[in-house]
Ligand binder design. Structure first.
Ligand code: BDR
Ligand code: CA
Length: 313
């Protein structure tokens, strides 16, 4: 079993990623930490709690993290994820205590004690704080998978940038830089692969047939997101980015790519862009594995197998 922390900003696709992770026997989820991204970090924590309640996994602790990016003004993504961050499903609040410790302190102390892996599904603000305070802790990160960035694909919130890295470009830049200095690698699940992962109305309908309870929960939180995709991009269905990072963490054959040295641009029109030295101009050791190919049918089979309980009736 891999000990992991999921650092996220729930968020509709974060919710789906948590569902996949919580139903995966390979993963021992030590905690969910939240960061401001799609919604403010405290709202993200409330959403994580709603998802864990639905899954019957209230045993997983939730730590609330950073409220604002390192330097930029905080801009949420509620236009995409709804006012409540869960597609305006307005699920009832779940009463229970959060952990008292801030996510950054929690992660720091945990990494001081043991080796863990991190699946990062939101802006990297918490992680930048942890590793810039104590870069030596990168040695205790077994694997780091980050949903963010793009290589050949265009951005989703600027011509060149993906939201997680655009929202806090300084944090992403710091983390990639510190991983380079530590001789470690970040697995970058960017838009090149996640754009392939489209939850279509067809797939959703079939999920509802296989497992009406879980299927209807997914329908409730993704309707708004589907409307957004149709109105903004003319896509029927919605791109669910974050669960692919979980699937890839569990099964590396889920995506294919190459190792490269990557930096994240912090300013101007390129803010948040991942500059991937795929031609090795800079002759630097790779600090990233850039994933560029995936198979969406395989992903959905994997997702449905784990998240849905089959209805044989
Ligand atoms: C990423 O940004 C967020 O809106 C999603 O949750 C995902 O993590 C996609 O760009
Ligand atoms: Ca996210």
């Amino acid at each position: 079993m891999h000990k992991i922390v999921i650092d996220c900003d729930p968020g509709i696709d974060d919710a789906l990623a948590i569902m996949l992770a919580a139903n995966s026997p390979e993963l021992d989820i030590l905690a969910i930490t939240t960061v401001s991204g799609n919604v403010p970090s405290d709202m993200g924590a409330a959403n994580a709690r709603k998802v864990l309640k639905q899954l019957g996994r209230m045993d997983i602790p939730i730590y609330i993290g950073e409220e604002v990016p390192l330097r930029e003004e905080y801009i949420d993504a509620r236009d995409t994820h709804g006012m409540d961050g869960l597609g305006e499903s307005f699920l009832p609040e779940v009463e229970s205590e959060y952990e008292k410790k801030n996510a950054v302190d929690f992660l720091t102390e945990l990494l001081e004690r043991e080796k863990i892996s991190i699946i990062a599904l939101g802006p990297m603000t918490n992680l930048a704080k942890v590793f810039s305070r104590k870069p030596e802790l990168i040695a205790n990160v077994e694997e780091m998978v980050s949903m963010g960035g793009s290589f050949k694909s265009h951005g989703n919130c600027s011509p060149v940038a993906e939201y997680n890295y655009w929202c806090d470009p300084d944090a992403a830049a710091v983390v990639y830089d510190l991983f380079a200095k530590a001789g470690s690698k970040i697995h970058m699940i960017g838009l090149d692969v996640t754009r392939e992962i489209v939850l279509t109305p067809n797939r959703l309908e079939y999920m509802c047939r296989l497992d009406p309870e879980m299927g209807e929960f997914i329908r409730k939180i993704t309707g708004f997101y589907m409307d957004f995709h149709w109105e903004q991009e003319g896509i029927i269905g919605c791109v669910i980015n974050d669960p692919l990072a979980v699937a890839y963490f569990i099964d590396r054959s889920m995506c294919d790519g190459f190792d490269s040295f990557t930096v994240v641009a912090t300013d101007g029109v390129c803010r948040g862009q991942t500059v991937v030295d795929s031609m090795n101009f800079w002759k630097k050791e790779p600090n990233s594995r850039i994933l560029i190919e995936t198979d969406s049918e395989r992903f959905f089979a994997f997702f449905m197998e784990r998240v849905l309980r089959k209805n044989d009736g």
